[in-house]
Design a protein around this ligand. Structure first.
Ligand code: PMP
Length: 425
């Protein structure tokens, strides 16, 4: 059986027996991936949500080239460097007001791990330890043991259950049932042991592209504030324009105590992550007593080339009409989703900014539903990179996508929905 596998590479989220990875990408540009045989693929999910402006934005590539003339990896204890300093200053000026410190790491998962450690360290160092984390039903925060612990339990992490720590889960605030979520949070907070609420603002990504209202986010922040519970916003996916604003928290008018960013931080070109926090959290770790140090590091902390790429990304946001592009893309999705709204083939149509979601109506939903692989192949055969979450099809393209390219994606979804529903009957 194994002899038929042609490569030693073990790919993520890939069942090698049924879905071997055979197609090779030789180049990327704009909204496209180019395969070695000349096929062109529209990257309609921004290569797992990382690419914001488009693949290989010239300014980001140039910044990488220039930084590599001076830097590679530099140990980030004892030393600092200008790309990290410049990026931190730039970020503080961009994020919701009140965040004052920037801790570097290298992936969304590590950004969230750092956030959890900051939260527990905060209470520990103040001599009033709290140890529980509240999360939302259907949430996803990464694939390390810590972040899996905070995510929805299911097929993704069933094998690792014995190692996962327990969390307190709030019901998802679906439209009309928001008060249940708020009441549940209030009740939990009264227990007194909740250190932090860890939350994906406005859109729960891997948990099914579930969208909830900004006022709920604002209320959750208010309740957290009343009870001294830290509010951690995981904007790893929602950050950098995806929800229509630079950060999703802006739509609720809130500043989280801790903010996690990655993916679009470098425009998606190279890995980098940051965890930002308030002065109170930083200061809880400031002491002549060295046991109160924030004990977290990873070898590639604040990679100078990645930081330079992120600085170039910030410059793009400052100088190019990115907000206008995001608004136009939001509008383009709204116009195209309209025709599916009363279409019985779809159980739900929803949108948050540049994220468009079409949930195919079928009896067996969920990530492992047969619809997922069938749809993926269908789209792949039409030169579209779309990876539905089970029966939930979503588009999250780079912002440079053209209306004509979007039309092509929507036409294919229309065709797929008919075929797929047909296949089930
Ligand atoms: N948080 C959220 C909300 C995410 O969507 C993801 C990744 N999709 C992560 C954390 C983990 O990021 P990474 O894959 O870079 O570790």
């Amino acid at each position: 059986m194994l002899k038929s596998l042609s490569s030693p590479v073990w790919h993520p989220f890939t069942q090698h027996l049924t879905d071997p990875v055979t197609r090779r990408i030789t180049r990327t540009e704009g909204a496209f991936l180019y395969e070695e045989d000349g096929r062109v693929v529209l990257d309609a999910i921004s290569s797992w949500w990382v690419i914001t402006h488009g693949h290989r934005h010239p300014a980001i590539m140039q910044a990488i080239r220039e930084a590599s003339e001076h830097f590679d990896q530099i140990i980030f204890a004892d030393y600092t460097h200008e790309p990290a300093e410049e990026l931190a200053r730039g970020l503080i000026g961009l994020v919701p007001p009140g965040l004052a410190h920037v801790f570097y790491s290298d992936s969304g998962s590590t950004a969230v791990e750092v956030a959890l450690k900051m939260a527990l360290g905060f209470f520990h160092n103040r001599g009033a330890p709290r140890s529980r984390i509240a999360v939302m039903q259907h949430s996803y925060h990464g694939d390390t043991i810590g972040t899996m612990s905070t995510g929805e339990r299911g097929v993704f992490n069933a094998a690792y259950g014995p190692l996962l720590f327990s969390v307190d889960t709030l019901p998802f605030p679906s439209a009309g049932r928001e008060q249940q979520t708020l009441d549940a949070f209030e009740h939990l907070c009264r227990g007194g042991d909740i250190a932090a609420l860890l939350i994906e603002p406005l859109v729960l990504g891997a948990g099914g592209m579930r969208i909830y209202a900004p006022w709920v986010l604002a209320e959750l922040k208010r309740i957290a504030g009343v009870h001294g519970v830290l509010f951690i916003a995981d904007e790893v996916m929602t950050g950098w324009g995806r929800t229509g604003t630079l950060f999703a928290c802006e739509q609720a008018g809130i500043t989280p105590d801790i903010l996690c960013l990655s993916k679009g931080l470098t425009g998606g070109a190279v890995p980098l992550a940051v965890t930002l926090c308030t002065p109170e959290i930083f200061e809880a770790h400031l002491s002549r007593d060295r046991s109160r140090t924030f004990f977290h590091s990873s070898s590639y902390t604040a990679n100078a080339i990645a930081c330079a790429a992120a600085c170039a990304n910030l410059e793009i946001w400052r100088t190019e009409p990115v907000a206008e592009r995001v608004a136009a893309l939001t509008q383009a999705h709204s116009a195209r989703l309209e025709r599916f709204r009363s279409d019985a083939r779809f159980a739900d149509i929803r949108q948050c900014g540049t994220i468009a979601v079409l949930e195919i109506a079928m009896p067996e939903g969920g990530y492992l539903s047969q619809a997922g692989p069938r749809l993926r192949t269908f789209f792949k055969d039409r030169g579209l990179l779309i990876r539905p979450l089970g029966n939930v099809i979503y588009l999250m393209t780079p912002y440079c996508v053209t209306p004509a390219e979007l039309d092509r994606a929507y036409e294919a979804i229309d065709e797929a929905a008919s075929q797929d529903v047909g296949a089930l009957q």
